[in-house]
Design a protein around this ligand. Structure first.
Ligand SMILES: C[S@@+](CC[C@H](N)C(=O)[O-])C[C@H]1O[C@@H](n2cnc3c(N)ncnc32)[C@H](O)[C@@H]1O
Length: 220
């Protein structure tokens, strides 16, 4: 029942945003705008440096102006770029999510790692590390696999082949489908004692996506 209400609220609020906003938003913005800014005080943005925060951090700082935002990034050069670009708006921590435990518990965790690390998120981090860092009823927005078959459209032939070799056995075991959808992720997490799946939206505004956003809420 709680999940149904969550989804109903999500779509009602999203519809309201679409009517109010004449500008086309990214699906990441559509997801964070579902959240009440006054309740999201502590945010962890994992892997923020990849595009120097253009996909996630920029929107988090715009929308959650009163929140504490920690950007965690593994590469030192990317940390320096983030520090310069978002000076005074975020705290940048150079480190690895595998052994990170500062600032917890978080109300919202965004995890946007490289495509080759998506399987690690679902097989390991979601169940253990992220669960420990998140408050009860807190949210996670995680990069997911939208469609294995579209890898060739986004990556070089060699990179797509390597990804498919990793993703195919994982998806076969994890969800028995070529992509994570709202329907199959809801079924997957139906009996989970850890998370509700609230939504699944394409990451890029393209017709044939290879990655998407999976939006979770931790059970209270
Ligand atoms: C797809 S990019 C993220 C893009 C970013 N959200 C943005 O808006 O620019 C992935 C990033 O995750 C970082 N990363 C990879 N493994 C990591 C780990 N174990 N801990 C923290 N960051 C990691 C990479 O260095 C890379 O910068």
């Amino acid at each position: 029942m709680k999940t149904i209400l969550n989804n109903l609220n999500f779509f009602q609020k999203r519809k309201r945003n679409i009517i109010l906003s004449p500008l086309k938003k990214t699906n990441f913005e559509n997801l964070i705008e579902y959240l009440d800014t006054s309740l999201i005080r502590n945010i962890l943005d994992i892997g923020a440096g990849g595009f120097v925060g253009e996909t996630t951090t920029k929107h988090l700082t715009n929308y959650f102006k009163q929140s504490k935002i920690i950007a965690l990034e593994k590469r030192i050069e990317a940390c320096e770029q983030l520090e310069k670009k978002f000076a005074g708006k975020i705290e940048v921590i150079c480190g690895d999510i595998a052994n990170f435990n500062k600032g917890a518990p978080y109300d919202l965790i965004v995890i946007d790692l490289d495509a080759s690390l998506i399987t690690w998120i679902y097989e390991e981090l979601l169940e253990n590390q992220l669960y420990k860092l998140l408050k009860p009823n807190g949210y996670i927005i995680a990069i997911g696999i939208a469609n294995i078959k579209n890898a060739k459209k986004f990556f070089s032939e060699e990179a797509a082949r390597t990804l498919q070799e990793q993703w195919c056995p994982f998806m076969k075991k994890y969800i028995k489908a070529s992509g994570m959808t709202l329907e199959n992720m809801k079924i997957k997490f139906h009996e989970s004692d850890k998370y509700y799946v609230l939504n699944v939206l394409d990451k890029w505004d393209k017709k044939e996506n290879v990655v998407n956003w999976v939006f979770f809420q931790k059970k209270g």
